[in-house]
Design a protein around this ligand. Sequence first.
Ligand code: UD1
Ligand code: MG
Length: 451
Amino acid sequence: MSVALIILAAGKGTRMNSDLPKVLHPIAGAPLLHHAMQTGAALDPARTIVVAGHGADQVTAAAHDYDDAAEVVLQSEQLGTGHAVDQARAALAGFEGDVVVLFGDTPFLQPDTLKRMITARQSHDVVVLGFDVAELQPRYGRLIMDGERLLRIVEYKDASEDQRQIRFTNSGLLACKADTLFDLIAGLSNDNASGEYYLTEVAQLANDKGLSVTAIKCDEAETLGVDSRTDLAAADAIFQSRARTELLNDGVTLAAPDTVYLSFDTIVGRDALIEPNVVFGPGVTVESGATIRAFSHLEGCHVSRGAIVGPYARLRPGAELDEDVRVGNFVEVKNATLAPGAKVNHLSYIGDASVGEASNIGAGTITCNYDGVMKHRTEIGARAFIGSNTMLVAPVSVGDEAMTGSGSVITSDVEDGALAIARAPQVEKPGMARKLFEMLKAKKARQSRGS
Ligand code: UD1
Ligand code: MG
């Protein structure tokens, strides 16, 4: 049976104390919403409906950024989780499959858990996902069970003292056939402590109609919701710790795992070595056997086998390092390809450029790619030698086996095998330095006598 996801993401997230809608706050470089959508993707949903409210434009853009086909419906007033789901009614009119309701602020749900919900849905009309709390908390709805049957869900605010002692709590996730769910939601009231239309009331309404209602369990860690910056930081820390462990298990050496920051999509090959204090932004692939030395910052780039990057290197989007490339300290590479064995070892900026095989870029070299309005490319051939402190004023090319003299400002193309020198010729004045020193010292002496 096909599945539609309804992802609730309309809340303001007041406790985040932020202009950014809560579900757009990132964990490991991706908004909470993307984490939720990624989990949901495990069900191969036929439809994905995101319920947006606060910051709806931004939330819509983020939803489409993850999945062009995601549909966004608006909940202009946040009247509760049940009311939020109701906003998807028109979009899902005539949809025959199951609906799974997810929260946009719950990033750690495991794909298997969603699959178990769908399996349970085959034998029950309504399936709620619950978890046992290690410590009782003054939040979360309590699940009132009778054997396998879920009788109802009581929100903390509405619960009696006895009910508050129940450890089996509501994660917020629910699976139900679409038409059944919308029938039940039509019967919700807001007669409760919060004056909201609670999605959780569906459990009792379903029982009243003689439907079969159950709750299955997942690990408490999966249901961690983000409500504050503290929660966000804690969630990120959990993500980082899991991702590092995964890399270690995959055969990557992390010299000081706790100091390496990973993104949701970081890929590192076996036997790669990552030194301390390396930051991976989104979109990085590091192949087997590459080394990323300490204090480097990488995003949107690809590092091939045998390459060595850093210490203190910055690889920005579009940096493509082929095998055995060297990028050393205080070098920035952006939108540039470095062919096998190319070296840029010290203090350089290589942007909008290509560097051919085994070429050496001397210290302090800069591709001057920006004229204040437009960006231009620099093409450097194979086995070229770029002298230290060369300014390559793009658009410009330097041929195979060509050289530039250090300190050159290269403004026109250099052909294969040529040496280009573009700097003022050296002038030498014998004895002039000593003379100058004497003049200056005499001047200083006069000044200190006079004062
Ligand atoms: C909800 C559940 C509670 C459960 C807890 C788990 C209800 C009534 N309560 O409470 O049983 O233990 O989650 O974390 O469902 N949202 C909207 N529109 C609204 C209200 C909420 O889109 O009008 C969205 C929020 O953006 C959020 C999600 O729904 O992503 C959950 O809302 P929240 O206010 O956090 O619910 P809880 O009080 O945590
Ligand atoms: Mg919540």
